[in-house]
Design a protein around this ligand. Structure first.
Ligand SMILES: *Cc1c(COP(=O)(O)O)cnc(C)c1O
Length: 388
């Protein structure tokens, strides 16, 4: 068993070019070396500070509050949907990938009426489409939008979507899991009811809890809606406000690590600082990948600074599993693609990564192609046709 984590150990760990869990800093990992009592005042102050910092991060002021909830991001999404949508509500889910589909599936599980606008694998849902669906269906009470749809890496046009929802007098719930903390989201510009994210994405914490930032009015009104005791956002909020504690065992080590990660986020210049680093990561990586012959699924206009989808090369020697292993043996872990109609893979830009790491992964991919005898790295004509 290892007794400590030296820098050397960290260098030997492969970099995670994935959408979370991701490569975290040494300080963040070291924050987990202490044990905490879950009802201790010092720990409660950490929770309170996290909540304050997250509300401030989206300009929530006095109108919004933050409720952390145990589990992965999906638990927090399910908690938000079950708590904010009344049993007789109806939801429009804007889908262009796996996470939109998961939201619709969740509604089905928890017995809430839902309809989907399905744009397929990668096309953005547009404001005018949302406006016309809402005009035609007055029963729709809420709209769920995915900020960055991590399946393709597309940054969805949240501003025009939120305008359409607001104009129609409906409520917007945003899954900003993979974007919050790195893509600006201000309650002053984007009128939203609730936004959901988690510890292990752009704030660069470790996995273990999600959080919901919602209008205080919505948190009040959520009383009695939830289908689930452990996922009742109103109850968690109310209890936390009264006692300072989480209702059930909090992931204490994860919480203090997240607090440490938030301080580093601040020191980096907050959302703008993080956005700048991730954007540079993406630009360096995408330019390098194009230079060695790969093509992105999306046009530059839609590329997020979070994760990028590349087409698998047409070359008959390409096989994802071996490709992955070759790259891993060079110290980088990439992510499989999620397109239903074309071979693809993804490279993330988030976590403790910088331009040097991004150049490193491009070099590792180039060497892996050579090792596998892949000479033609461009996508086949059929896949090129679906690029946007
Ligand atoms: C990561 C992610 C989630 C949550 O996934 P978990 O595996 O439950 O943490 C939800 N939505 C989006 C867009 C994501 O990127």
């Amino acid at each position: 068993m290892r007794e400590d984590t030296t820098m050397q150990d960290q260098v030997r760990d492969a970099y995670l070019l994935t959408p979370g869990p991701l490569t975290t800093s040494r300080q963040t990992k070291e924050a987990m070396l202490r044990d905490w009592g879950s009802w201790d005042a010092e720990f409660n102050e950490v929770t309170a500070d996290i909540r304050r910092r997250l509300v401030a991060m989206c300009d929530g002021g006095d109108d919004y509050d933050c409720v952390p909830i145990q589990g992965s991001g999906t638990f927090a999404i399910e908690a938000a949907l079950g708590s904010f949508i009344p049993k007789d509500g109806k939801v429009l889910v804007l889908m262009n990938g796996a996470y939109g589909q998961r939201a619709l599936k969740t509604l089905d599980y928890i017995g809430r009426a839902g309809v989907g606008l399905d744009k397929g694998d990668y096309l953005p849902p547009r404001g005018d489409e949302v406006a016309s669906i809402l005009a035609e269906d007055p029963e729709i009470t809420h709209v769920v939008a995915i900020h960055c749809e991590t399946s393709s890496g597309i940054l969805n046009p949240l501003s025009e979507i939120s305008q359409a929802v607001h104009t129609a007098g409906r409520k917007l719930i945003i899954d900003s899991m993979s974007a919050f903390g790195a893509v600006p989201l201000s309650a002053q510009d984007i009128p939203f009811e609730a936004v959901v994210s988690s510890a292990n994405k752009c704030i660069e914490g470790v996995p273990g809890f999600g959080f919901i930032i919602a209008k205080k009015q919505a948190l009040h009104d959520a009383k009695g809606n939830s289908h689930s005791l452990s996922l009742d956002v109103h109850d968690q909020w109310d209890y936390m406000n009264r006692t300072g504690q989480w209702r059930f065992t909090p992931p204490t080590h994860v919480v203090v690590a997240f607090h440490e990660a938030l301080k580093q986020h601040d020191a980096e210049g907050g959302v703008q600082g993080r956005l700048a680093r991730y954007t540079n990561n993406r630009d360096v990586m995408v330019a390098g990948m194009r230079e060695i012959g790969f093509a992105t699924l999306l046009d530059d206009q839609w590329l997020s600074p979070i994760i990028t989808t590349f087409f698998g090369p047409e070359d008959p020697n390409f096989e994802f599993k071996r490709f992955y292993e070759e790259i891993k043996s060079r110290g980088f872990i990439i992510y499989p693609g999620k397109l239903t109609r074309a071979e693809s893979f993804r490279i993330g830009c988030i976590g403790q990564l910088d331009a040097e790491v991004m150049k490193g992964v491009v070099a590792a991919i180039d060497q892996s192609c050579i090792a596998m005898g892949i000479t033609n790295r461009s996508p086949g004509q059929a896949t090129r046709d679906i690029a946007v």
